[in-house]
Design a protein around this ligand. Sequence first.
Ligand SMILES: O=C(O)CCC(=O)C1=CC=C[C@@H](O)[C@@H]1C(=O)O
Ligand SMILES: [Mg+2]
Length: 386
Amino acid sequence: MTSVPGPESIDDLLDRVHVVALPMRVKFRGITEREVALVEGPAGWGEFGAFPEYADDEAAHWLASALEMAWQGPPPALRSRVPVNATIPAVAAGEVPGILERFPGCTTVKVKVAEAGQELVDDVARVATVLQTRPGVRVRVDANGAWSVDEAAHAVRVLDQAVRAADASRAPGAGPVALDGPGLEYVEQPCATVDELVQLRERLAADGVRVDVAADESIRRADDPLRVIRAGGADRAVVKVAPLGGPRRLLAVAAELGVLVTVSSALDSAVGVSAGVAAAAALPGRGLPGHGEIFDDDDVANPTAGDAAAHSTNPAADPTVIPAAGLGTGGFFHEDVVETGALTLVDGHLPVCSVVPDPARLAGLRAAPDRRDWWLDRIRRCHAQL
Ligand SMILES: O=C(O)CCC(=O)C1=CC=C[C@@H](O)[C@@H]1C(=O)O
Ligand SMILES: [Mg+2]
């Protein structure tokens, strides 16, 4: 990594680190407070937020991503805002409308399913409530690898039918469930292993269930992020900046994958989210099946917020569609590191802009001294692996 711009020394890096703890409004991924280490570099801010249980060799990729953003800045943008999906944690159906309010204008909704201790009926209720609250939205579900092949084959069929049924019930006189209408957009990481995903895709095809399978953990936690697609385990890919080692690596992986990719996040602060937005903004568009998001000319030509001049927009670039990105989880925090409004969802989109944390918030959200020490030690160890 010697040719890549970065800190002069580990001490130089550690001097630039701010460790924050962001309290959450809603439990997500089993946590109610998210700690991340933010790094101020010459090109901007980077975020190192590898989940605490990740070993150093895996966490080192996340550090590489933080250093890339802080010392190189974002890659050139092709568009000035990116479409974002609403994210519904594995909450009771009654909580869904309140959570959706935090995602104004989002026309795609990702629903967490297969939560330990819950049943398929809970997932169906959550999905049905999404469609009652926002009729016509596109729905994708994320099982985080929790289902066996049998469970997934059954659950995907049932959830797909639930979406089609909600769709049919909206159209006056539509009659029976419209099998050709839009069902689930995709199921994200239904099973844990690549072999299971391959089997599931074969099973879905044999059963006539036309729902795409998207790989998440099989890409972000794999030694070879291309394997799952090459093996026939997924139709689509979910890609995250930090686990892949930065926005430029994400773009290279996405190009090699050759399938539709959804850029998603890792319960990031606004700094981490801005890296995801930068990657999504630099992603060449591909045609989307069904009712995908279409960019207006405006999206391409006119940066809308913040220091957009820092990003070179290219009006001649492909202005077509990308899948809605999983970058909207900022609303899960009571407070973030940037001023309110600095990176806010407008009409279902996030603006492409550089974010600079507010010093008062960095101070107010500062993690406890022992936690800061824990993160600094971890950065030291991970840096030694780069
Ligand atoms: O993709 C989204 O809509 C939001 C991000 C998201 O779902 C995730 C963020 C962090 C950890 C993961 O468990 C989870 C995911 O599995 O995609
Ligand atoms: Mg996922």
